[in-house]
Design a protein around this ligand. Structure first.
Ligand SMILES: NC(=O)c1ccc[n+]([C@@H]2O[C@H](COP(=O)([O-])OP(=O)(O)OC[C@H]3O[C@@H](n4cnc5c(N)ncnc54)[C@H](O)[C@@H]3O)[C@@H](O)[C@H]2O)c1
Length: 292
């Protein structure tokens, strides 16, 4: 497919573009800023501000599918104003969906969020975004997936690991869910579809519900030396692990997350054996090939 990705230069966008290219799709990246990543230089890039109707119409033209990620969220430093968040996330989404209608695009993925709700302008922008998706599905019959991503904000490596036990997800899992959603939309596997994109640790329920107490022993059984890693790096364990039912995404999209807490621990062990300065590592890694 020829796929437009808005917000393509961002953290999620780069992972999505790589996953699309690996799956054999042609990618048009659209953003206000080009990506710095060298491996994405081969993809087409168009400078597009989603607030500008003509930019969006040009970007969408000739595409088979659209993945709409462009948005500001609350984690940027220095912060983005609520006015800008609303303009980009709401007007921008309207412009993208309207351009899709005019250009006859039938396969769309929209980046929603677990922050969906009424507690912040950002959360409300995702409520309105999902409502717009519903309206455009009703009006045009396009297949639209609304993905409520969990948190994949760049952060220090050890924090990333601890976050996986809470509301964190690896951006590679975000990317695979997104690409499979687009492909499922193209095959009309659904009309309007909404699902959660989070991680799965494959741990028994008793361990999940009492992780601070039972977790270290469980980790040790799965990975010898695992309990000592938790101790050595002071990884703070939640009382219970956040886990959602991801069976709908598995059934409809054939998607399963790949990066759970044990994968992080295995990775930590490997990096320690390589003699890397663990406390200085960052996710996503800037090293070539590390994030494939
Ligand atoms: N990061 C998370 O934890 C998280 C969680 C849930 C949902 N989401 C959603 O996922 C999507 C991607 O998030 P991300 O973390 O990759 O964000 P990001 O900030 O890393 O990337 C967003 C990209 O959008 C671009 N952008 C901003 N304004 C634009 C405009 N007017 N026109 C075109 N491009 C514009 C930015 O230049 C940036 O490259 C967003 O919709 C976000 O709300 C993110």
């Amino acid at each position: 497919m020829k796929v437009l990705v808005t917000g393509a230069s961002g953290n999620g966008g780069q992972a999505v573009c790589r996953a699309l290219l690996r799956a054999g799709h042609q990618v048009r990246m659209a953003d206000v800023m080009p990506a710095k990543a060298a491996d994405l230089a081969a993809a087409e890039f168009v400078r597009c501000d989603t607030r500008t109707v003509t930019d969006v119409r040009e970007a969408v033209r000739g595409m088979d599918g659209v993945i709409h990620l462009a948005a500001w969220h609350c984690a940027h430093q220095p912060p983005v104003s609520d006015d800008t968040i609303f303009a980009v996330n709401v007007d921008g989404t309207y412009n993208v969906l309207e351009a899709c209608r005019k250009e006859g695009i039938r396969s769309i993925v929209y980046a929603s969020s677990m922050a969906y709700g009424w507690w912040s302008v950002y959360g409300v922008s995702k409520v309105i975004g999902e409502d717009l998706c519903r309206a455009y599905h009703e009006m045009t019959g396009a297949s639209i997936a609304m993905l409520r991503y969990h948190e994949f904000i760049p952060r220090p490596y050890l924090e990333f690991g601890a976050r996986l036990l809470r509301n964190g997800v690896d951006r590679r899992d975000v990317a695979s869910a997104t690409v499979l959603s687009l492909e499922a939309a193209a095959s009309e596997a659904f009309g309007l579809f909404r699902t959660i994109v989070h991680t799965d640790h494959g741990m028994p329920e008793d361990v999940r519900a009492d992780f601070a107490r039972l977790g270290p022993e469980w980790c040790e059984r799965q990975l010898p030396g695992g309990a000592a890693l938790l101790e050595r790096y002071g990884i703070e364990l939640p009382k219970e692990v956040e886990q959602h039912d991801l069976s709908e995404a598995s059934r409809v999209l054939g998607w399963q997350p790949r990066v759970g807490f044990l994968d992080f621990l295995r990775d930590l062990k490997r990096r320690e054996e390589q003699g890397l300065e663990i406390r200085e590592l960052f996710v996503p890694s800037e090293l070539p090939g590390e994030d494939a």
